[in-house]
Design a protein around this ligand. Structure first.
Ligand SMILES: Nc1nc2c(ncn2[C@@H]2O[C@H](COP(=O)(O)OP(=O)(O)OP(=O)(O)O)[C@@H](O)[C@H]2O)c(=O)[nH]1
Ligand SMILES: [Mg+2]
Length: 419
């Protein structure tokens, strides 16, 4: 197992609301998710970043001494380094040195399974590398392989600048083709008129566990970060008979590398297409509010911040302090205290989802001729049938339907709207 020394930095100039303890604990979780053994986590508070080493020369010497004494393979910085800073640090410390973005990209490259996922990760990795390649392009690290140097599927990343450019163009093109294919699938689904719910949230909040609970799926879940990279959509029938599609999506993180969001935009289209977002928050995490903020920022970047959102405060089974739960619930109006593990409040969650669609449904009374019986079945599948009367003059149905379905149906001459 690769041994790593972590360097968690807080700059006095940082505007963020992340405390140094939170920065360092998250860096540790990321390192563990990349299957690295963390030897030590050094805290470093600096006035501002320096051009040569990011941190002060004295601190570099201290890090070098510890790294060599402990026999670590890699030093991981919590902030992004420029190509120069990275090279200088490697030289001064004598160990492979990577930054948080490379660590995250490494985790993604391990997890990517689908061809699209692999392409997206590789594109993000190469775009990260490009401005950092000096001259014709140097090897990523002069000091061996391991984290920060591999592409998806354990292949070595390209390092020649010209090759990298060519590969970037090719990946962009291939992804565009896949995106078109995905858009046609979306269109087909839209014409099917089923409402789409997307599960969003910080990585490890419990999105996949919730999807499994709701749809009896077997999506992989784990305490490691970024377990899910590929979106998975499942259909689900609510208690009122309404069918919906529910999608699991890739988890978010604060300061998510920009290239990664860009590369994953196609995958995250589920979020933009959704009629409702279920925002899963881990209420047992002390960084709850920071996680919420980070998710809102990513949603904003995706252009999805104005979507209707239902906040689910997950993992209440591990919280003993009911007072804390009440405070959190009050801080997130309309939220639900929930456990995807025990299923506590599952009915409340489903009722809220139903309610959210009902509020945007139209109530209609219609009459259809007896020979259009198939419409009854259709309404049971696609809408909410409140009452049905088989009369001599036809079948009278009292139903709630979505706006889209209404737009599609009013042209059917056999359907007579009576109220
Ligand atoms: N105690 C408890 N653990 C939970 C609950 N929900 C999820 N977990 C655990 O939290 C960890 C993360 O859950 P996932 O469902 O993989 O989280 P995710 O949001 O899909 O994470 P990513 O795919 O990484 O974005 C797993 O170890 C789950 O078993 C819960 O309600 N209670
Ligand atoms: Mg997941």
């Amino acid at each position: 197992m690769e041994k790593a020394l972590l360097v968690s930095i807080q700059l006095k100039t940082d505007q963020g609301h992340w405390r140094i303890e939170d920065i360092s604990s998250e860096l540790e979780e990321l390192a563990l998710s990349a299957s690295v053994e963390v030897v030590e986590n050094i805290i470093c508070i600096c006035q501002k970043a320096t051009a040569n080493y990011f941190i002060g020369k004295g601190k570099v010497e201290e890090i070098s001494a510890i790294a060599n004494e402990e026999g670590v393979d890699t030093v991981i910085f919590s902030h992004d380094l420029s190509g120069t800073q990275q090279r200088n640090l490697e030289e001064a410390i004598g160990k492979k040195t990577i930054d948080r973005t490379q660590l995250i990209l490494d985790i993604f490259s391990r997890r990517a399974k689908s061809p699209e996922g692999k392409m997206q990760v590789e594109l993000a990795q190469l775009q990260y590398l490009l401005p950092r390649l000096a001259g014709k392009g140097i090897v990523l690290s002069n000091l061996g392989g391991g984290i920060g140097t591999r592409g998806p599927g354990e292949t070595k990343l390209e390092v020649d600048r010209r090759q990298v450019r060519k590969k970037v163009d090719k990946l962009k093109n291939d992804l565009k083709t896949l995106r078109l294919h995905r858009l046609t699938m979306h269109k087909r689904r839209k014409s099917n008129n089923l409402p789409l719910v997307a599960l969003v949230g910080y990585t490890s909040a419990g999105k996949s566990t919730l999807l499994n609970l709701l749809t009896q799926s077997t999506q992989i879940t784990s305490e490691k970060l970024f377990t899910t990279l590929d979106p998975l959509s499942k259909s689900l029938q609510l208690l009122n008979g309404q069918n919906i599609i529910i999608s699991d999506t890739v988890g978010f993180l604060h300061d998510l590398p920009h290239h990664l969001i860009e590369a994953f935009k196609a995958t995250l289209e589920e979020v933009n297409e959704a009629d409702l977002l279920i925002h899963v928050l881990d209420v047992s995490d002390t960084r709850l509010y920071q996680h919420n903020q980070a998710v809102l920022e990513v949603l904003d970047e995706l252009g999805a911040k104005d979507k209707p959102v239902l906040v689910v405060l997950n993992k209440i089974d591990i919280i003993e302090d009911r007072g804390w739960l009440e405070v959190s619930k009050n801080d997130f109006p309309g939220s639900i205290l929930f456990s995807a593990k025990t299923g506590e409040n599952l009915r409340v969650l489903i009722a809220k989802v139903e309610e959210s669609f009902c509020a945007r449904m139209l109530n209609l009374k219609i009459v259809i001729p007896h020979q259009r019986m198939e419409l009854v079945d259709f309404f049971y599948r696609k809408a909410k049938v409140n009452k049905i009367d088989y009369l001599q003059k036809g079948i009278k149905i009292d139903l709630s339907i979505s706006r889209q379905l209404y737009d599609q149906l009013w042209q059917d001459k056999d359907i007579r709207i009576i109220d």
